[in-house]
Design a protein around this ligand. Structure first.
Ligand SMILES: [Ca+2]
Ligand SMILES: [Ca+2]
Length: 224
């Protein structure tokens, strides 16, 4: 699937339908299906000019588009940024999706969409998706998750991928690059427009003063 959308050929609803078709053919685990349906529900609510900034790297796997963003953020801010694009902080749901994310992280320790609920009795208990559902898959590195010292005290409650593709639990205040995932290819602003975060906490294609964004053309056109 192409990354740059072609509005004249395929509308967002058509793409949503296509994405649903691709998902239904995946035969994935029930947990993965639930996880994907959450993502589709989020994306169904997108505004037609909602966009994703140009990523540092990207790949597609199993019908999902993964974008890596290299500017470091805390886990909570990374989660919010992916949501503002209409996606979510990427949740590996099997080894294939984990490998896809791994393939674009380069040499960075990179946040993924797993957080541990507070008040757990062990370092490995209570890991959840950004929506607060049980994590569908794990790929901890040897000796992880350790909450820093092997005892669960809430010191390390967010998951970050090593350059090996295995994971470490780290303090959620750590500032790290992150990977967002999308059920349909996010809009990439073109024609003189750029993707900027609006006051509504969503990214939109925006144009220079004196022009406005035309959704059908994915371009800036003259006039207010
Ligand atoms: Ca912990
Ligand atoms: Ca750790």
């Amino acid at each position: 699937m192409r990354n740059v959308r072609t509005p004249a050929v395929m509308s967002r609803p058509m793409l949503m339908g296509l994405a649903a078709l691709l998902w239904s053919g995946c035969g994935g685990l029930p947990e993965a299906t639930d996880s994907v349906s959450e993502l589709q529900t989020q994306q169904a609510a997108l505004a037609p000019d909602q966009c994703a900034p140009v990523p540092a790297a990207q790949t597609n796997a199993g019908g999902i588009v993964y974008h890596r963003y290299a500017t470091g953020m805390t886990w909570a801010n990374a989660k919010a940024d992916c949501t503002a694009m209409g996606g979510r902080l990427a949740v590996p749901f099997n080894s294939a999706s984990n490998s896809a994310i791994h393939s674009i992280i380069g040499t960075d320790l990179t946040y993924i969409g797993l957080k541990q609920a507070s008040g757990q009795s062990s370092t490995s208990a209570g890991w959840q998706t950004p929506e607060g559902n049980p994590a569908p898959f794990f790929n901890w590195s040897s000796g992880e998750p350790n909450d820093m010292d092997g005892v669960e005290n809430g010191h390390q409650d967010c998951a970050r991928m090593y350059t090996t593709g295995a994971w470490d639990d780290v303090a959620c205040t750590q500032v790290s690059p992150y990977v967002c995932e999308f059920a349909v290819p996010p809009l990439q602003c073109a024609g003189g427009s750029s993707c900027a975060l609006g006051t509504d906490s969503a990214y939109h294609c925006t144009c220079p003063t004196g022009q406005h964004y035309d959704v059908q053309r994915n371009a800036c056109v003259n006039g207010p």
